[in-house]
Ligand binder design. Sequence first.
Ligand code: GDP
Ligand code: MG
Length: 198
Amino acid sequence: MTKSVLREERTFMMVKPDGVRRGLAGEIIRRIEQRGLKIIACSLAAPKRAEIDKHYPKDAKWIRRVGEKTLSTFAQYNINPKKEIGTDDIEKIGRIVREWLLDYMTSGPVLKMVIEGVHAIDMVRKLCGTTIPLAAELGSIRGDFSADSPIAAQSAMRAIHNLVHASENIDEANHEIKLWFKSADLHSYRRVEEELMI
Ligand code: GDP
Ligand code: MG
């Protein structure tokens, strides 16, 4: 394989407020470094609501995706969404969950990071595990350190507490890195294993 085929990427990751408060930042950083990925920026921040509002998408497609997921959880547990949160409209529910997400992400400090490496975006998503901790693979951060579920979250009118955020694709990564860091704060260095692992 030639070097040009390899995808050196940058991605954005956050240890969410529950991860910081549970003292998991070190464990999460350990897993990133163990995988051969390089942390090129890292700092603690207390996000403002407006920053989190810019961080998460708010297009109709994303809102509908979250609304649909939430509605299907209610259906699975035979819960009437109108009784529970006052509406069964997909978009309204999507917007309500987004507000819960803003509450969650501003509930305490977060550790924000930029991570670089070959296939960094997919690798970091894999390290995190799937969105719902109850369903996340054992061995992933969400699977190993949480058992939160959509129904537990919805019953408490809150976002799913899943310890970490990671960009899903290159567009999200570019948007999020730019939002959270100045380019002067992104550092460049070589890890000694790079010659062996790439
Ligand atoms: P991620 O990329 O895996 O973090 O998942 P999404 O981008 O779909 O959602 C963003 C965040 O919103 C998740 O990490 C959860 O904290 C929260 N969330 C997503 N879906 C739901 C849901 O159906 N119900 C609730 N209560 N929270 C959700
Ligand atoms: Mg996402």
